[in-house]
Every structure is written in C-alpha cells, then in structure tokens.
Ligand binder design. Structure first.
Ligand code: NAI
Length: 331
C-alpha cells in the first residue's frame, strides 16, 4: 500500500475549500490509489466552521482519507505537508484600495512562506490560488528562499479550462477533444487566452482550432474577453465567485504536475519566469508547460505573432506593477 500524502489546504473553511477537500479525499487530485491526510488551515473567526467541515469529512467515510488535521495554527498546518494548496487570503471588500488588499495578502503570504519553508516536507509542491494569485506566489517564493522556485506555482488552470470550454461550446465538440490552448500572464483580466496553437481531435485527424473556427473576429475578440471576464460573469450569476470550477482546476493542476501531462498535450501554469518568450524574469507568469517526473518545463519555440506579442507584454507589464506594489507594502 502507498504511504499517505499530506495535502494542506489553507482557507479550507471558505467556498473553494468546501468544494476542494472532498475532491482531494476522493482521489481526484492525486489518484484513486493514493491515500491522503488532509491538513486544513483557517483563521480563528472561521474555526467553528472549519471544524464543521472536518465533521463532514468524517461523515463521508472516504476510504482514501487517512487523517484530518483542522487547525488555526500555521505551524501545525504546514508540518510535514507534501502538497500545499493556498486558498486562504484577504478578499477585496467594498471601498478598499488595491494597495490595502495587496498589503493584507503580502503579510499573509510572507508569514505562510516562512512556515512552509521551516515545516513542510522537503520537495513540497506549492499551488497558490488566492488572489492576486501570481503576486501572492511571488511573495511566497521570495520569503521561502530554500523552497526551490520550481516548486512554487499559481493557478491559471481554471482560465485554461474555461478557454477549452469556450472552444468546445463554439464548435460543438467534446471538451476532452480540445487541447493546447494557452493562458499567458496574470490571473486577471489582462491574461491572454491564446488559441493559435490549439487543436481539436476530429474523425479526420487533429485540426487547428484556427482552421475549424473560421470566424477570426470571434477568436480575436469575444472569445478572449469571455475567458478574461468569466470570473465576473460567474459572480453576477451566482452572487459568489467560482468555487467548484476553481477546486476542480486546482486538482487538475496538481494531478498533472505530479503525475505528468499526456504526450503531446500542454497545460497552463503560473510559474517563475526564466525569460522564456522574452517575459521578464522575476515574475510569476502563466506559460504553456508540460510535466514529467514531478517537474514542469515551459514549452519552447512556439511562434508568437504581433498581436500575441502585444498581449504577452501587456499582462507582463501589469505583473511588474503588481510586484512593485507588493514590494511597496513590505517597506
Ligand atoms: P472565501 O472567502 O470563501 O474563503 C477564503 C477563506 O480563507 C476564508 O475561510 C477565510 O477565513 C480564509 N482565510 C483568510 N485569511 C486566512 C489566512 N491568513 N490563513 C488561512 N486562511 C485564511 O473565498 P473563496 O471563494 O474560497 O476564494 C478563495 C480565494 O481564491 C480568493 O482569493 C479568490 O479570489 C481566489 N480565487 C482564485 C481563482 C484562480 O483561478 N486563481 C479562482 C477563484 C477564486
């Protein structure tokens, strides 16, 4: 039998947490043969709700779930974890300035970085979900210098999956037959959803999305804005932000990272830029990646046209500004 893997979920009493922890306990994230021990962290005002989630996990009698730690103590939460999914954060409230929200999250991610660095298992993989996801991940990286940068990422897989979904709806094909869209840049409305290299499996073989969707105006316009603004559309419809799709995409992100991407398929992950595609290094930026043996690598050599170049630069520019804002909160 496999040894259990310890998975930390911060903000576990929140909306995404409530959707995510049962998926992890069912093996959606790490596989149906992989036992898990869940570590759930939240803050003291949510302690009672967190304990309620723990009660439900017990009640659901998940065969793969070998233990549950529910705590408001960061050190206890981080101790020995192999995977850390950082969903906890400070939401933007009405009347708050961007800088105030940034400042709250910078201080959360700075202290949780230290706790992970000191107490997590060696080689722990970290996924930041909480917004501003890229910049929170960058702060985490900066304040956990002994965690290798290849182990720190942020979630843009939800945006990636949204792009697959839009193409599938438009062409009336199965979403599982669509692949290799790309989300470039920030998990924000400046992200660039790119279909220039995407393809669809058809009875006549693999066809480029650009060939099947002949409507360039849609691909260069409404498709992009729909994906960029999908989060807001969900809030408008549901009165709450995306939770089940965020949780499911977080599972996809970790599963592919740990178990590998299928041959010929790439996914989008926010990772530390090494200057690929002339994206400034020192940012956490979403790139197309393949994963093998537990490590991601950026897909190299894709041709970038002029329109795409502008969009890659625009979202990089926003991330540089966020980084500067985050640093101004530190001093
Ligand atoms: P929520 O407000 O329902 O839950 C957040 C939880 O975090 C709350 O239970 C809160 O008490 C907890 N929390 C706050 N500070 C904490 C701290 N210092 N340590 C541990 N826990 C803490 O929010 P929801 O809907 O679950 O979303 C969580 C985050 O994910 C938000 O920042 C949201 O913007 C982001 N998000 C990111 C997506 C992505 O694709 N990257 C998609 C959807 C949401």
């Amino acid at each position: 039998a496999k040894e259990p893997v310890r998975v930390l979920v911060t903000g576990a009493a929140g909306q995404i947490g409530y959707a995510l922890v049962p998926m992890i306990a069912r093996g959606v994230m790490l596989g149906a043969d992989q036992p898990v021990i869940l570590h759930m962290l939240d803050i003291p005002p949510a302690a009672e709700a967190l304990n309620g989630v723990k009660m439900e996990l017990v009640d659901a009698a998940f065969p793969l779930l070998k233990g549950v730690v529910a705590t408001t103590d960061v050190v206890e939460a981080c101790t020995g974890v192999n995977v850390a999914v950082m969903v906890g954060g400070f939401p933007r409230k009405e009347g708050m300035e961007r800088k105030d929200v940034m400042s709250k999250n910078v201080s959360i991610y700075k202290s949780q970085a230290s706790a992970l660095e000191k107490h997590a298992a060696a080689n722990c993989k970290v996924l930041v979900v909480a917004n501003p996801a890229n910049t929170n991940a960058l702060i985490l990286k900066e304040f956990a210098p002994s965690i290798p940068e290849k182990n720190i990422s942020c979630l843009t897989r939800l945006d990636h999956n949204r792009a697959l979904g839009q193409v599938s709806e438009r062409l009336n094909v199965q979403v599982s037959d669509v692949k290799n869209v790309i989300i470039w840049g920030n998990h924000s409305s400046t992200q660039y959803p790119d279909v220039n290299h995407a393809s669809v499996k058809t009875s006549a073989g693999e066809k480029p999305v650009r060939e099947l969707v002949s409507d360039d105006a849609w691909l260069n316009g409404e498709f992009i804005t729909t994906v960029q603004q999908r989060g807001a559309a969900i809030i408008k419809a549901r009165k709450f932000s995306s939770a089940l799709s965020a949780a499911s995409s977080a599972c996809d992100h970790i599963r592919d990272w740990v178990l590998g991407t299928p041959e010929g398929t790439w996914v989008s992950m926010g990772v530390y830029s090494d200057g690929s595609y002339d994206v400034p290094s020192g940012l956490i930026y979403s790139f197309p990646v393949t994963c093998k043996n537990g490590e991601w690598s950026i897909v190299q050599g894709l041709p970038i046209d002029e329109l795409s170049r502008k969009k890659l630069d625009l979202t990089a520019q926003e991330l540089s500004e966020e980084k500067a804002l985050a640093y101004s909160c530190l001093s």
